[in-house]
Design a protein around this ligand. Structure first.
Ligand SMILES: Nc1ncnc2c1ncn2[C@@H]1O[C@H](COP(=O)(O)OP(=O)(O)O)[C@@H](O)[C@H]1O
Ligand SMILES: O=P(O)(O)OC[C@H]1O[C@](O)(COP(=O)(O)O)[C@@H](O)[C@@H]1O
Length: 310
């Protein structure tokens, strides 16, 4: 079974308007309320791509109920833990530019965390755990390293899509896959990364440190994938960008869904990039038919030792 875990879900209040002016009253007519949080997006896309999975994490209040109902209506299995706090609402403003306002995650009690530990303790060899999204700083990092350690001991495939100090700490536990964007990769090494060559250099360091697969996502420029024996870059398909929220999550989902079927990481990488772009070209997350249509347009190139990447 594939489990996703979202510590900090959200309802994504997503609105489109021709122009947005700071400090003014802006009226908007087109509004959507999507369930959000990176693991939840991964679950929704996995389901659409035909990969059975279960969404874990913490939800609370009316927004939490909204998320759970929405997922169940889409056929996504859930096993959330209820928090005392209302789940946050993240604001996504789609005007000439995309502006985002992400709220803080919930304050979790020791008993909430203990419930999650119990669920993870019941996972079995061969399962997947996708830990995705921001991890509240109030929770000691040792809690998350405990999760990573348990995955490694039990041969559970651990996929990590987070940022900040947690990413720095958890890459030490040899995850199966991490997917930083260029900014998150820079944060990880306290470096300003602006070129593909620099991204490749740092991604290689992560693989040398024990991460099995590193995908660096580069927005409209595509992505890089590196493991111990291979390195490839992919160009993203070209299309009209509507909403890039969830593109990174869709890349992760596409990779996992395809890998589960093919066990071929290069095929999985292409499928992942197609999924990311298919999401960027829609208001909500991608559908399987969008991904299948785009996958032929994902062109990959091997990066050989000594190649100059531009
Ligand atoms: N403007 C775009 N055009 C085409 N594809 C895109 C665009 N933005 C994102 N994508 C696709 O989504 C993937 C992930 O996007 P990215 O923005 O790097 O992730 P994140 O949301 O995690 O920052 C990219 O690798 C690419 O395949
Ligand atoms: O947990 P964080 O880092 O605040 O991010 C949460 C946000 O990320 C998303 O999951 C989208 O993620 P990506 O755009 O990186 O794929 C939104 O649905 C959500 O509002």
């Amino acid at each position: 079974m594939i489990y996703t875990c979202t510590i900090t879900p959200s309802v994504d209040y997503t609105t489109y308007l021709p122009s947005f002016e700071n400090g003014k009253l802006n009226r908007t007519s087109e509004v959507f309320y999507y369930p959000g949080g990176k693991g939840i997006n991964v679950s929704r896309v996995l389901k659409r791509l035909g990969a059975r999975n279960k969404a874990l994490g913490f939800i609370g209040g009316f927004t939490g109920n909204y998320i759970e109902d929405f997922l169940l209506r889409e056929g996504v299995e859930t096993d959330f833990i209820e928090t005392a706090e209302i789940t946050r609402i993240n604001v996504k403003i789609k005007a000439a530019e995309e502006t985002e306002l992400n709220g803080p995650g919930p304050a979790l009690r020791a008993e909430d965390l203990a419930q999650l530990t119990e669920k993870i303790n019941n996972m079995e060899k061969g399962d997947w755990l996708v830990l995705a999204g921001s991890l509240p700083v109030m929770i000691p990092l040792s809690y998350f390293s405990g999760i990573a350690e348990r995955c490694s001991e039990r041969q559970i495939r651990f996929v990590l899509d987070t940022s900040g100090p947690a990413l720095k700490e958890l890459v030490k536990f040899s995850p199966f896959l991490i997917k930083p964007n260029i900014h998150e990769l820079g944060e990880l090494f306290d470096a300003a990364i602006s070129t593909k060559a620099e991204a490749f250099h740092y991604a290689k360091k992560l693989v040398a440190g024990g991460v099995e697969n590193v995908i660096v996502s580069l927005g409209g420029d595509g992505a890089l994938w590196i493991n111990e024996t291979s390195a490839f870059e992919a160009k993203a398909p070209i299309g009209k960008v509507v909403n890039t929220v969830g593109s990174g999550d869709s890349l992760v989902s596409g990779f996992i869904a395809s890998y589960c079927e093919t066990e071929d990481p290069l095929e999985a990488f292409k499928y992942g990039v197609a999924s990311g772009s298919a999401t960027a070209f829609r208001s909500d997350l991608c559908r399987k038919e969008d991904v299948e249509e785009l996958v032929g347009e994902v062109h990959v190139k091997e990066i050989k030792h000594g190649d100059v990447i531009v």
